[in-house]
Design a protein. Structure first.
Lengths: 350, 350
């Protein structure tokens, strides 16, 4: 089904299709530049729940429910679920998705989790282990502030390098050729895009310790994965309509472009960052941009896949980035290592 | 390479080999019944580090290093690493394994993580995406107490239903037929066992809320995965020399045997629990037994694989169990859902 030459990359011999997907976001994201594209925008960020963590769980539950509905599928049509979030012990996922009763692989890659889940979900299908899988990730501004930084009531100030954790969840239903044809015959849709290759990231640690500047902490990991990808696929920046990172923000974007230039690649024309796209820098000042597991997931579902569907783009490299810190590691004075996983996503041509 | 009939189970058409493995444990585990079987026992539980979390990271680093050495391999021989631990944001893994520079898939399934990592590591090979992968998991008594319960200095009392988190890490190097033959030709070993099938677990939540009785919380998930496994593989308890859970402990074991009896299966002759085996109930009173990601991992490496290698057993079902709680979910009054993943491990016959 595929090849691996002992390197970090895989070219899928048969593509894996993104049958359908869904995005659910909070009020701030709904008021942003992509607001009209999301499937569901909450009336408030509690989503009718008693705690932030429960609200985040409900985001995941709604996103997967919507994605299945849009694909005309039931939970029992999905063989395996690949899902995760930013909270300790991934509780948004455990409490959000248990009602679906789909066999679950919990994944953790900080804000790169959407990429990791898509890689594993696609591998399970391309390896012949499943006809359909689903991938779900989420983040929530308030649960993340509580998990990583300060209680909201503390009213702390944020430096200009800080990003704002996106309240949102994206869910993706993947399938093989047979699943795509069955969906088309049922009239539930044409399929949104196809995954054709991937590069799995390594942990990269430049020793940076500023958890309020995660863009700078993650940019080296993005550069490492991107260089590896270009080498393994013998490709160039021009081969992609967009090279899309998850949540580097403005400072991380500049760092990545510089790091790639040092490696001989100019990605300034192709680079796009979901964290920069999701909020309006004028009316929604979030400092460096948006971040979180949900940031890249909802932008992929609402905006990126739409561009591929509408043939505005042919091929993108989707590369969510993660900062592998915890409040314990931060308080113990450890660095903030990064990781990034790259997914080649193309428009469906048949 | 394999079949999936839309159910949770996979039969591997070609087995995936456990080329070699290693176990590193703390002093208490070294003094237990399996003490002499572990590859490395720490002189104290800090392992020369400044913090419990760092000590846990060093366990993972040592376990993977030893497993690679025993298999006669270098880090660059491994395509992908599947690893995780119990700490928030899996920091034991991030800081423990980054120096190996192996592409990483972070996984989280609480104490079932060793099973989850083996499933994904085997799928990556059986799917043709890698010749060799490695799987690493860990837990540490002190970092887990801090993460989930009370600071050690608080001196809290533990109820009789509580388990003792194992300080230890197990690492497993998996490979395909080609990798096995290459290792044999190099004289580095014969291969320890083969993975021939798997059943992926679902989250099962009976609404139990006692985090000091995790055996009872996890037993329903083990029963669910085990029943699914028997049905999907058309097998019976007698088909396995042992059916091995990770860390149900004495109370969970009784619950699992009862739950399976209700489903028409008597597993009382085959059932074994790593958490019961790892400590001596007389001289090392840990109440209900041992637990943690490391518990099943080090028992698999040190004891279970040895029985298969020495032909004392032919076939086991290795089924680590996880309790999907966090201190936040516990403090918010949520239940403790469980999950369990089953791996069919057989002795190598050729």
């Amino acid at each position: 089904m595929s090849q691996n030459s002992g390197k970090a990359s895989i070219v899928l011999k048969e593509p894996v299709y993104i049958l359908n997907s869904a995005s659910v976001v909070g009020t701030k994201e709904g008021q942003g530049p992509l607001g009209l594209l999301f499937d569901k925008v909450g009336e408030d960020d509690m989503f009718g729940c008693a705690a932030w963590e429960e609200a985040e769980s409900s985001l995941q539950r709604d996103a997967l429910g919507l994605a299945l509905e849009k694909a005309g599928l039931e939970p029992e049509d999905i063989s395996f679920l690949f899902a995760g979030d930013l909270l300790g012990q991934s509780i948004a996922t455990s409490f959000g998705l248990s009602s679906y009763q789909i066999p679950l692989f919990g994944v953790y890659g900080a804000c790169s989790t959407c990429g990791e889940a898509l890689l594993l979900g696609a591998m399970a299908i391309a390896g012949g282990f499943a006809e359909r899988t689903a991938c779900v990730t989420s983040s929530h501004f308030a649960s993340a502030e509580k998990e990583f930084r300060f209680p909201l009531g503390y009213g702390n100030q944020r430096p200009l390098s800080a990003t704002w954790t996106v309240t949102g969840s994206g869910a993706f239903v993947l399938g093989n050729e047979k699943a795509l044809q069955e969906m088309r015959q049922s009239g539930a849709g044409h399929g949104r895009a196809q995954i054709t290759g991937m590069t799995v990231g390594k942990i990269v640690d430049y020793g940076l310790k500023d958890s309020m500047n995660m863009g700078a902490c993650m940019a080296p990991a993005a550069a490492s994965a991107l260089e590896r990808h270009f080498i393994d696929f013998d490709s160039q920046p021009e081969d992609y309509d967009r090279i899309i990172t998850g949540d580097l923000g403005k400072i991380g974007q500049k760092a990545l472009i510089d790091l790639m230039r040092e490696r001989g690649y100019d990605i300034s024309s192709q680079h796009m960052d979901c964290g920069i796209e999701i909020y309006d820098p004028e009316s929604q000042d979030t400092h460096a941009g948006g971040s979180g597991c949900g940031c890249s997931a909802v932008t992929l579902s609402a905006y990126i896949l739409k561009q591929l569907e509408e043939h505005n783009w042919n091929k993108v490299l989707f590369m969510p980035t993660g900062a592998l810190l915890s409040k314990t590691s931060f308080n113990e004075g450890k660095s903030v290592p990064g990781i990034a996983h790259a997914v080649v996503i193309e428009r469906i041509t048949v």
